[in-house]
Write a protein that binds this ligand. Structure first.
Ligand code: ADP
Ligand code: ASP
Ligand code: MG
Length: 409
């Protein structure tokens, strides 16, 4: 019997009616003779509401207590889905991340999954039960509750699919698949029939919130077939797989964007690799995700260094730099917020050197100042002012003719 993992996001379980719809989708797969593991998110905007509550009571809430708080959202949904399934005559059992055997590293708010002990899930599947697992959460070796980062239920689902050798992992959401750009902001965005793991990884890392980047990483590493589709509309979704042949000749296949970016510039570093690496090691030890890095030399031979981070990490970054200023040999540093990252992605870029040039030309012709740049074989990212983010994305979507991508080629 094949195991199928179905994941339903917040909107798909946002109210009683949506939960009933979700239950129908679960029953359909069960009735095909599969063993079913379901992963659910917190209902609707629950997680955002919990974050707001915390922020009302505390200006700098501890990450441990945030995990304690946010993990409650998913626990509400698992039990309701199990009850709704029982009401329809199906044997179902709900598990928190810990009960499901999800062991994570000892990091709060953004933990990685280390291992999954699947015995309990397998035992229940073999008793013909539908197993419902709380997404986004796990447990450390010391029995501390952790969460996997916003959007992390996708990662729970794919990691379970990998550990259980599931036939596929279905991600049910509020759009009909992966689009050339976020359809909420770019009206001409088109659904892609297939995307490669690498392209999807870049899209997700660069702000396409439709999938959690670590979920794509798991899917790639364990070759889990991943399908993104709508929980409400009956439309074929997008398959994320190793090689995508049909649309390969398309140079750029997606535009991703992300707001709330901050830039930090450090001055007065002596020109030594030792110091540079010390700065980044210190930040990495505190789990600050540094993104684009630019290093420059002043006339005096000193190095100055700019890097981008998420705005949410700025306060902690400033604390770390202030505390370690002397040890790191930093003269002074500055920070800037109100920035965004706009990126183009496509595996066809490798062999097309003009793509980055075209991107910069489009932005500069439209008076959008580029503050930072980073490139890889399959993406070009720029940091721009936050107010210009959507405009920049729209211009690039048009310039690379992404609205012309055929749906369901
Ligand atoms: P869920 O709650 O189901 O996990 P999310 O809100 O996390 O749903 O992800 C779905 C959203 O991702 C869509 O509503 C859409 O606005 C956004 N999104 C961003 N980029 C893309 C893209 N390239 N394709 C499809 N959706 C995207
Ligand atoms: N509920 C969590 C969030 O809103 C996890 C998820 O939905 O994937 O980020
Ligand atoms: Mg999501």
């Amino acid at each position: 019997m094949a195991i199928i993992v179905q994941k339903f996001g917040g909107t798909s379980v946002g109210n009683v009616e949506r939960i009933r719809n979700t239950v129908n989708r679960i029953v359909e797969e069960k009735e095909k003779g599969n063993q079913i593991v379901v992963v659910v998110s917190a209902m609707g905007k629950t997680t955002d509401q919990l974050v707001s509550l915390a922020n009302e009571l505390s200006s700098y809430p501890s990450k441990r207590e945030m995990d304690m708080l946010l993990s409650t959202g998913e626990q509400v949904t698992i039990s309701l889905v199990a009850m709704a399934l029982a009401e329809k005559g199906y044997d179902a059992i709900s598990f928190t991340g810990w009960q499901a055997g999800i062991l994570t590293e000892d990091v709060h708010s953004n933990a990685r999954i280390l291992e999954i002990h699947t015995e309990k899930i397998v035992e229940n599947l073999n008793q013909n039960k539908i197993v419902i697992v709380a997404g986004f959460q796990g447990m450390t070796e010391n029995n501390e509750i952790t969460t996997l980062g916003r959007g992390g239920s996708d990662t729970t689902a794919v990691a379970l699919a990998a550990a259980l050798h599931a036939e596929k992992c279905m991600i049910y959401t509020d759009v009909t698949g992966v689009f050339t750009s976020d359809p909420r902001y770019i009206p001409n965005a088109r659904k892609l029939q297939a995307v490669s793991y690498d392209e999807m990884l870049e899209l997700a890392n660069l702000g396409a919130g439709v999938l959690h980047a670590r979920a794509v990483e798991f899917a790639k590493n364990y070759a889990v077939p991943l399908i993104v589709c709508s929980s409400l509309e009956r439309e074929e979704g997008t398959i994320i797989e190793e090689e995508v042949a049909v649309e390969k000749n398309l140079i750029v296949r997606g535009v991703a964007f992300e707001d709330s970016i901050a830039r930090v510039t450090i001055f007065g570093l002596e020109n030594g690799f030792q110091q540079l690496s010390s700065v980044f090691t210190t930040l990495a030890n505190r789990h600050i995700d540094v993104d684009i890095i630019i290093q420059n030399l002043t006339e005096k031979g000193n190095t100055y260094l700019s890097f981008s981070i998420k705005k949410d990490d700025l306060k902690e970054t400033i604390d770390i730099l202030e505390t370690n200023q002397e040890a790191l040999g930093i003269d002074h540093f500055e920070s800037e917020t109100g920035l965004a990252k706009v990126s183009i992605i496509g595996s066809g870029m490798v062999s097309n050197p003009g793509v980055a040039a075209k991107m910069f030309e489009v932005l500069s012709q439209n008076e959008i100042a580029i503050k930072m740049i980073s490139t890889s074989e399959i993406k070009v990212s720029t940091v721009v002012d936050e107010e210009q983010m959507v405009k920049a994305a729209q211009l690039l979507h048009e310039a690379f003719e992404l609205e012309a991508v055929e749906q369901n080629i």
